[in-house]
Every structure is written in C-alpha cells, then in structure tokens.
Design a protein around this ligand. Structure first.
Ligand SMILES: [Zn+2]
Length: 222
C-alpha cells in the first residue's frame, strides 16, 4: 500500500479486532491474553480451532509461525510459543498476526507463513494491522504515553511508539480530507444500518464510531 490504507481498509481490520474483543468479553482497556485465547477461549468462536507447537527446526528456516483458515489452525515454533507465554512483546505479536489471518478469513487455499522480515502484500498488511489493533486498541491508547501503553498492553515501548506514529500519520492524512468524507452516504448512515442488522456487526460499529470520532475535523485554533 504505497499511498497508505484508506479508512475503509482500516475499518475492515479494526472491526474484526473489535469484534473478537467483544466476543471474548474483553474491554478495550485490557491487555490481550493471546496464549489464553489461543489455548482456550477461541474454541467458543472457531469450533475445532487447533494450536500446534512444533520444534523450531521442524518449521523450516526463518519461519516463525503460519496459519490456515479452513479448518482454523495456527502452527508456531516452540521458541515463539514459550516467549509469548512469558509475555514477550514480539512473540505475542507473531501469534496475534496469525490470529488475524483467521479472523479476517484470509484465502482458504493457502498457508499464511510469517518469516523474519516479510510483509509483502495486502493480506500480510491486514494481519499486521489486526495484530497491532488487537494488542493496542486505537480507542484505548489515545492520549496515553508510550510507556503507559507498553505497560498496560504488555508490548515493548518500541512497538507502542511505532503504533502511535502510524496512527498519527494516518489521522493527519485522513483529516485533511475529512470534511468531504464525512458527507459520503457510507460514512453518514452505515453504522446505523449495521447496528440494526445484528450482533455480528457490533465490532464494525464499534470501530466505525472510533474512526468517526478520530476523523471529526479539529476545531480551528483561535
Ligand atoms: Zn501473515
């Protein structure tokens, strides 16, 4: 995404992340217990989900983890699993990224493999955005300090800094055209329509309200 994601791209992903939090009964302010979710709670949402832990050398060189969406399955190397269980930020991100492929129903025909240093296409961008949003909800980190985010959401300060920077740049770009966009019919009515359609849209409505709030033009400075 050379020009950066549009709010519709971001909305789809943050809607899925918000939906998962709501379905798990987690508020925006809680750190995401990725190991507990993958070991226990995810079964309630994706029946038959399996988490497979493999010896590091069995996964192939440089491979950290991979996901399949049908049937839903995440395979992770032992080192990443153990580090995630101990609360390591990067390892928690790896698992949240793979969970993103499943929650976003990515391509059923292939495995989504995460190796060192490869974010190469839109599906990988979406899974990454999902990981950042599920670990640090945009709504909750607004106005927080880097260290505050790191300590509340159990991420590294570097990861928190990167997230805040991405959100700031994005908001700046979107705000520049917010007046025009707020007049679009999609923007004006869709959250009401979706809310009426049923509980499966709760996450999307939640994310839409958040984005709408962020996109409201700032008042002119006197
Ligand atoms: Zn991936």
């Amino acid at each position: 995404m050379l020009l950066g994601p549009t709010y519709v791209d971001v909305l789809r992903v943050s809607g899925a992340a918000a939906n998962l939090r709501l379905n798990l009964g987690l508020s925006d302010d809680e750190s995401f217990p990725v190991i507990d979710v993958l070991e226990f709670d995810i079964q309630r949402i994706y029946a038959g989900f399996v988490l497979i832990i493999r010896a590091d050398e069995q996964l192939g060189e440089e491979t950290l983890a991979f996901a399949k969406t049908a049937p839903p399955q995440i395979t992770v190397c032992n080192e990443i699993y153990c580090r995630a269980a101990l609360g390591n930020s990067f390892a928690r991100y790896v698992l949240a990224h793979e969970l993103g492929h499943i929650c976003l129903s990515h391509n059923k025909e292939r495995e989504h493999v995460l190796r060192w240093g490869t974010i190469s296409n839109n599906l990988e961008w979406e899974a990454d955005e999902f990981a950042s949003e599920i670990l640090m909800p945009t709504r909750a980190i607004e106005g927080m300090t880097m260290l505050g985010i790191a300590s509340r959401f159990k991420v590294s300060p570097g990861f928190a800094r990167q997230r805040v920077s991405v959100i700031k740049k994005r908001m700046k770009r979107w705000r520049a055209s917010a007046n025009m966009r707020l007049k679009e019919p999609f923007w004006a009515n869709s959250h009401v329509d979706l809310a009426l359609r049923g509980p499966q849209y709760r996450g999307l409505v939640h994310a839409l309200e958040q984005l709408k709030k962020c996109l409201t033009p700032l008042p002119n400075k006197a």
